[in-house]
Ligand binder design. Structure first.
Ligand code: ADP
Ligand code: MG
Length: 195
């Protein structure tokens, strides 16, 4: 269930995974972009970490607003705006209730508003959408998240820097899809979805 406690754990685990995998995310972005996705995400994660420590008693919507502002202000690039807007729209949705699918739907709307992205464009949307589908069908696992991330290997990039070198990209995982995989792994591990 999504509560202040599980949401804090979710965000903290996401931060940890971004810290641990900075170089890996950079290397994925080297193959199809400019090699900075790990570094970009880490800047937002570090900012969020500081903000989370400073705010010990915030409500659920404020927690996600904090995340949104951290990624928008510090991550920069395409990913900063995409994750930032996703978090902000999740925060907005949390004003009305804490149903996980409703919140993730709002997050996806945020991403698509900023990115004009459809399924299959080789972006984080290609993880976000099938994860929502798995939740709907009660079958989300760490393995399935990983499969969704890996599936982006075979997609042709239509958005972002990767679209400029599209033909060379087959066989490469999309870096944004990989960071999004960490986001959903963290969600599972935090018990947001389980209970
Ligand atoms: P930048 O491309 O500015 O260097 P990052 O490297 O941090 O930013 O992020 C790249 C990731 O952002 C891509 O792997 C992709 O998943 C995602 N992305 C880029 N453009 C879009 C878009 N228009 N819609 C959705 N996701 C996008
Ligand atoms: Mg990049």
């Amino acid at each position: 269930m999504l509560t202040v406690e599980t949401a804090r754990t979710w965000l903290s685990l996401f931060i940890e995974k971004l810290e641990k995998n900075e170089n890996y995310l950079n290397s994925l972005d080297e193959s199809i972009g400019d090699g900075d996705h790990g570094a970009n995400m880490l800047r937002g994660a570090n900012e969020l970490k500081v903000n989370l420590t400073g705010e010990s008693s915030v409500l659920l919507p404020d927690l996600f607003k904090l995340a949104g502002m951290s990624f928008i202000q510090k991550t920069g690039g395409a990913a900063g705006l995409l994750y930032g807007q996703a978090f902000l729209q999740m925060a907005q949705s949390l004003q009305e209730g804490n149903d996980l699918l409703d919140i993730l739907t709002s997050g996806l709307e945020g991403i698509q508003k900023v990115g004009q992205t459809e399924l299959g464009d080789k972006t984080l949307v290609d993880v976000w959408v099938p994860v929502m589908e798995d939740i709907r069908n009660n079958r989300l696992t760490l393995d399935r998240i990983n499969e969704h991330v890996i599936s982006t290997k075979d997609f042709q990039a239509k958005k972002g820097r990767a679209a400029y070198v599209s033909e060379q990209l087959n066989g490469h995982i999309d870096p944004g899809a990989a960071s999004c995989g960490y986001f959903f792994e963290a969600m599972l591990e935090a018990g947001v979805y389980d209970e």
